[in-house]
Design a protein around this ligand. Structure first.
Ligand code: SF4
Ligand code: SF4
Length: 117
């Protein structure tokens, strides 16, 4: 498997880029879309129900993020620990499109846009 994949299908529902994740690269995870075990994730379930690739295609997504599935105390703690800003990923998808988001994340070798300090 390539170490630096550019594939817009590897953009997760929440905007993370699975193509830059070690679990994906080592074959331990098939990525958000194919990870049928991830039933715990409300964002993934919501996007699947709405038949959209990511929250960027949802009219309920805005900034600051009011959607409680996307933005809640757990997601805030995870974002803090991993220095990740999924809302910025979704904003980047809205701005540049899925393909360019995937290309940039692959180039940066990052799953998420960094949180601003
Ligand atoms: S948090 Fe949810 S939407 Fe984001 S990558 Fe994980 S399973 Fe997918
Ligand atoms: S922004 Fe909220 S309501 Fe819209 S698809 Fe994402 S999780 Fe669902």
């Amino acid at each position: 498997m390539s170490d630096n994949q550019v594939n817009q299908k590897l953009v997760a529902c929440c905007g993370l880029y699975c193509g830059a994740c070690n679990a994906y690269k080592s074959g331990k995870c098939k990525g958000c879309r194919e990870n049928h075990k991830a039933k715990w994730c409300k964002v993934r379930s919501c996007c699947l129900e709405r038949n959209i690739a990511t929250c960027a295609s949802c009219s309920a997504f805005d900034r600051p993020v009011k959607c409680s599935k996307f933005n809640n105390i757990i997601t805030k703690i995870i974002g803090f620990i991993f220095n990740s800003d999924r809302a910025a990923c979704i904003a980047q998808i809205k701005r540049l499109g899925l393909g360019e988001h995937a290309r940039l994340m692959s180039e940066w070798k990052r799953q998420s846009v960094k949180k601003r300090k």
